[in-house]
Ligand binder design. Structure first.
Ligand code: NJP
Length: 254
C-alpha cells in the first residue's frame, strides 16, 4: 500500500534516488533540502504525488515547517527519513571547535529535530516509522580524515537506539531504524567540509540504486538496523568488535 514519506537531504545523492524509486512505486512524498531549484526539479520529475519544501535541517523551525507542510498536504505521515548529512575531511588533531559544531549540527541535531517534530504525530496515531541514515564509519575507524563526521554518526546511533527503547513498551506500533551505508557513489566526498578540490567518490563504492533498494526493503520490513551491503559489512563489524586491537593491526598493515 502507498505510504506518505518525508525525506530530508533529498536534493541529491541517496535521498534523491530514494525519492525517484519511491515515487515510481506510487508513494506520496514530501522532500526537504536547501537547494530549492534541484529539489523542485526533482519533485516535478517524480510526478504529482511528490512535493518539495525548502529546508535547512540545522534549523529546528525549518524541520517543524517541513512536518507541518507534510501534514497539511497529506493529512498524516507514515515514514520520516532523516537522511541529510555532511562529511568532513580532517583528522582528529586538526579539528577546530567550529568543525565539531558543524558536524554535530548537521548530522546529529538535525536528526533530533526530525525525531522531535514527527514522533508526537506517530504517538498520536500509534504507528509510524522513523529512519535515521548513519554510516559504517560510526562503527569502524576506516577513515581518520572523516573523524568528527564518524563521531557525530556514532552519537546518532546511540540516540536512535535510545529512542527505540523509550518507545517500545508504550508504542509498539512505532518503528525506529538505523541505516548504515558503506561508501556510496554520490557527491558526498566533494560536498564534505574542507574537501580537497579533486575529491572523488571512493573506489568500489556502492551504487545509489542499491542503497535506495535497501532502504525501501527496510520501509517494507522494518528492523532495528540494516547495513546496505550486509555481506561485506556485517563480518567486518563482527570481527572489529571481537578484537579491536587485532582488527586495527590488520587495517594498518593494508
Ligand atoms: O550525500 P550528498 P549522500 N539541510 O552530499 C542535504 C550518509 N552516508 O547522498 O541542502 C538540509 O550527495 C543535501 O542537500 P542541500 C550521509 O552521511 C553517505 O551520500 O540541497 N539538507 C543533499 O541533498 C548522509 O547522511 C555515504 O545541499 C542538507 C544531501 O543532504 C546520507 O548518507 C556513506 C543539509 C547530501 O547529499 C546522504 O548522503 C555513508 C542541510 N543543512 C553514509 N546539508 C557516502 N555517500 O559514501 C546537507 O556511510 N543536506
Amino acid at each position: 500500500m502507498s505510504k506518505v514519506i518525508v525525506i530530508t537531504g533529498a536534493s541529491a545523492g541517496i535521498g534523491a534516488q530514494l525519492a525517484r524509486q519511491l515515487a515510481a512505486r506510487g508513494d506520496y512524498l514530501m522532500l526537504g533540502a536547501r537547494s530549492a531549484k534541484e529539489l523542485n526539479q526533482l519533485a516535478r520529475s517524480c510526478g504529482r504525488d511528490t512535493f518539495a519544501y525548502t529546508t535547512d535541517v540545522t534549523r529546528r523551525q525549518d524541520v517543524n515547517r517541513l512536518r507541518d507542510e507534510a501534514l497539511r498536504t497529506f493529512d498524516h505521515v507514515d515514514v520520516w527519513i532523516n537522511n541529510a548529512g555532511r562529511g568532513i575531511t580532517r583528522n582528529v588533531m586538526e579539528l577546530t571547535d567550529a568543525d565539531i559544531d558543524e558536524m554535530i549540527s548537521v548530522n546529529l541535531k538535525s536528526a533530533l529535530y526530525g525525531i522531535q517534530a514527527i514522533v508526537p504525530h506517530f504517538q498520536e496515531r500509534g504507528q509510524g516509522h522513523l529512519i535515521n541514515v548513519s554510516s559504517m564509519l560510526s562503527r569502524i575507524p576506516f577513515a581518520g580524515f572523516r573523524s568528527a563526521y564518524s563521531a557525530s554518526k556514532s552519537a546518532l546511533n546511540t540516540l536512535t537506539a535510545n529512542l527505540r527503547m523509550d518507545l517500545r513498551a508504550d508504542f509498539p506500533g512505532i518503528q525506529v531504524s538505523l541505516v548504515l551505508p558503506g561508501a556510496v557513489s554520490t557527491g558526498f566526498a566533494a560536498n564534505s567540509l574542507h574537501a580537497p578540490e579533486d575529491a572523488a567518490a571512493m573506489q568500489g563504492a556502492q551504487s545509489v540504486e542499491e542503497v535506495a533498494n535497501a532502504i525501501i526493503e527496510l520501509i517494507d520490513q522494518p528492523r532495528a538496523e540494516i547495513y546496505t551491503n550486509p555481506e561485506v559489512q556485517q563480518p567486518q563489524v563482527r570481527s572489529y568488535y571481537e578484537d579491536v586491537a587485532a582488527f586495527e593491526d590488520r587495517l594498518a598493515a593494508r
